[in-house]
Design a binder for this molecule. Sequence first.
Ligand SMILES: *Cc1c(COP(=O)(O)O)cnc(C)c1O
Length: 360
Amino acid sequence: MQHFNFGAGPAALPKEVVEAAKKGLTDWDGYGQSVMEIPFTGDAYSQIYDDAVTSLRTLLKLPDGYKVLFLQGGAYGQFSILPMNLLRGKNTADYAVTGHWSQRAAKEAEKYCTVNRVIDETSNGYTQITSWSDWSLNSEAAYCHITTNETANGIQIKTLPETGTVPLVADVTSDFLTAPIDIQRFGAIYASAQKNAGTAGLTVVIVKQSLLGAALPITPTVFDYGRLAENNSKINTPPVWSIYIAGLVYRWIIAEGGLNRMAIKNKTNLERLYQTIDKSEFYRSDVSPPARSSVNICFNLPNLALEKKFLLDAEAIGLHNLKGHSDAGGIRISLYNAVTDQAVEALDTFMQEFMVIHSP
Ligand SMILES: *Cc1c(COP(=O)(O)O)cnc(C)c1O
């Protein structure tokens, strides 16, 4: 039986990456040691680190004024670390609350500053996103924080807000490297790796150099963006294995044809699955079509018992991790870069068959 992973994170890795990692597990590049054993002060580590950063800069066409930082602590850690670093003497920040994760980001930031919720979609159940022209943006804010893709709710911001001189910052965890990004629109973006770009233990921050150097005095040294930038992210022991895996993923994306290619593949698969949902009276998505995520498809079946049966039957034929986020319920399909056309074909066929058998 074939196995396909539609999990939202930790998520599917390209099989080529896992194969390559098998070598790194026992003997990295003829070095006679596992990647997990090498000292982070030596040349082998430098090579792994340089390779990952260079590949990422290539993929994103990153201009010189931006720094790539590798940290630990996950995207949830950044909900605190980012305000500590980017308040820069100000005491208020803008947050667009469009789903589960941005709600948490805003709540965490309240420990460090006054949070102005420029929009709060909580009362709409996170099924739509109000156009940014109707947000209450504050020109005195230290930054404006958005979550480009809401992983738990299946909604995505399609048009970036114009924030003038206020730096736009984004949690891009679940749509990072799924499509080209206009990085120059951002002061900073961050993503933990285990959704679409590697394995847990690594968080990538890309930040404009001109915003560095004004971290709050309480900022832990290992999370000080400026200090990290000056030290090639090597203030303490870096997550060597996770950086190695991320580097392999970046290289794989380049070899596959880059971010444009990923976006085209993912769009075809997304449309195919949404068509199955939209054509049926059986499957139901509450997300307003213009706000639909290009990564996570969240939907429901006629009742909870059928949803349970759907998950069990899917699992039994190798279609794994389709359960919705615990806050949102229902079913969730995640279409990250490593999810193949073949996986989507198998899932689509299963959905069609399940519907025929169980329609009233
Ligand atoms: C998963 C996720 C997070 C949390 O990531 P951790 O690495 O578990 O801290 C934050 N934001 C978004 C958009 C996510 O998808």
